[in-house]
Write a protein that binds this ligand. Structure first.
Ligand code: GAR
Length: 205
């Protein structure tokens, strides 16, 4: 059983897609918690509806919020195997990333290494893709390191956007891909299929 925690800041459609995939599969993955920086996010509502623990996080000590150190201690106690950033828009502190080296993955709504980096999230990514005149976009799942959107790429899928006229239209096409790609990658982790060889990620058959 792969025990995962999902970090999300907003609506939580990727969290919902992961839950749907777990519920329709042989249950080799369990979501042990949902973490957010935003107490009013849709992801927390999804967590509540599914009896999943919700943790509000902040990098500074604040009433009602967990610190990253406190979360680490909880995750160690609960034997969490993998942390999944699914629309989490805050930078994860370096020492947390170091502690969970190769155990944090992120979904980015474009084909990295293009259209990533600080400030590139949500609709801003799709607007940049539209402005660039690119004919394809897509989604990338990658390991998280200390630099925004820079860790080793685990999986990518592209989509034709040649006839898209707005960033929203691109976002809609990419989101459909995200909802398939992220659960698939989590499944690979559950099956122990992912390994790292030098600077490439290998997926076993
Ligand atoms: C998703 O499109 C995700 O790729 C993006 O935020 C959205 C969250 O949607 N993440 C980033 O832009 C990170 N750089 P959701 O809350 O419905 O899953």
């Amino acid at each position: 059983m792969l025990k995962i925690v999902i970090f999300a800041s907003g609506r939580g459609s990727n969290l919902q897609a992961i839950l749907n995939a777990i519920n329709s599969s042989n249950k080799k993955v369990v979501i042990s918690g949902v973490v957010s920086n935003n107490k009013d996010c849709g992801a927390f509502e999804i967590a509540r509806n599914n009896n999943i623990s919700a943790y509000l996080v902040s990098d500074s000590r604040q009433e009602g919020f967990f610190t990253y150190d406190e979360l680490s201690r909880i995750f160690v106690k609960e034997n969490i195997d993998l942390i999944v950033l699914a629309g989490f828009l805050k930078k994860i502190p370096d020492d947390f990333v170091e502690f969970y080296e190769n155990k944090i993955i992120n979904i980015h709504p474009a084909l990295l290494p293009s259209f990533g980096g600080k400030g590139m999230y949500g609709i801003k990514v799709h607007q940049a893709v539209l402005n660039s005149s690119a004919m394809v976009s897509g989604a990338t799942v990658h390991f998280v390191n200390k630099v925004y959107d820079d860790g080793l790429i685990i999986a990518q899928e592209s989509v034709d956007i040649a006839n898209c006229v707005s960033a929203d239209e691109i976002a809609e096409r990419v989101l459909k891909i995200e909802h398939k790609l992220l659960p698939r990658v989590i499944d690979w982790f559950a099956d122990g299929k992912i390994s790292i060889n030098k600077n490439r990620v290998r997926i076993a058959n």
